[in-house]
Design a binder for this molecule. Structure first.
Ligand SMILES: Nc1ncnc2c1ncn2[C@@H]1O[C@H](COP(=O)(O)OP(=O)(O)OP(=O)(O)O)[C@@H](O)[C@H]1O
Length: 231
């Protein structure tokens, strides 16, 4: 199995609104993948389907070769674009809580990432800035030793320099392994170096998908390709 997630003719309707319009695509295994598209293109809807939070109106989704289910979610880390952490927890407590409740959580890795992301162990979530909380959320997902990591807009609220550092850390730690990471973001320029494969979504359908190496060989950046296919 070379594809970790597949969508076959997937439609999702909310009343008369079609969030996904018969989408057929597959996400290759073992890569860092960008799921890119304008507001309302259907990215969050796709993530939620992969973790069984919503079901397709019609069509079929397969994740790790199976129908999405709560049981399968043990092998997936999912960071929602609306995620909030417990306000009263300190960074240290959040990490210990993560180790208790999330399957395959690497406590040591989480502590190292917190230090790298300049989060003090005693800092309280309720007192954090948006960007600090976003860093905490991100590390709690990245510290899980799972097959598939889904990050829905993980960098929003994180300032430019911190984002660049975090992206560097992710490039160092993620691009070599077996894991598949799917990331949606609007900050394409700053995370260019992270992606190995990109999918472009528009109006509930995939308009293009390509390996980033193939783009580079054509002398194109992801941002230039985005403008070309979305324009
Ligand atoms: N619960 C819902 N009820 C009605 N419409 C919805 C619901 N959830 C999503 N939609 C609609 O489905 C479409 C796709 O939404 P989705 O959140 O998947 O987009 P997105 O690509 O993640 O957007 P963004 O980049 O703004 O986060 C949008 O038009 C949105 O308004």
């Amino acid at each position: 199995m070379n594809d970790i997630v597949t969508f076959q003719q997937v439609v999702k309707s909310y009343g008369r609104k079609r969030a996904l319009d018969g989408i057929t695509l597959s996400f290759p295994k073992g890569k860092v993948i960008g799921l890119l598209g304008e507001n309302g293109a259907g990215k969050s809807t796709m993530f939620k389907m992969m973790v069984n939070l919503i079901q397709p109106t019609s069509g079929e989704v397969r994740v790790l070769g199976q129908k999405p289910s709560w049981r399968l979610n043990e092998r997936i880390a999912y960071l929602s674009d609306r995620a909030r952490w417990y306000k009263h927890h300190s960074v240290e407590e959040a990490i210990r809580f993560g180790a208790r409740v999330f399957p395959h959580f690497d406590l040591e890795k989480a502590k190292q990432m917190a230090a790298f992301m300049k989060l003090e162990p005693t800092q309280i979530v309720g007192d954090m800035s948006k960007g600090q909380e976003a860093r905490l959320q991100l590390l709690l997902s990245l510290a899980r030793d799972v097959d598939l990591i889904l990050l829905d807009e993980p960098f929003s609220g994180i300032d430019l320099l911190s984002r660049e550092k975090i992206v560097e850390l992710m490039i160092d730690t993620l691009t070599e392994g077996e894991k598949t990471i799917i990331i949606s973001t609007h900050d394409i320029h700053e995370v260019e170096g992270l992606f190995e494969h990109v999918l472009f979504l528009k109006g509930g359908n995939v308009v293009s998908q390509t390996d980033v190496e193939a783009l580079r060989q054509k002398g194109l950046s992801i941002q230039e390709e985005y403008r070309r296919v979305m324009g």
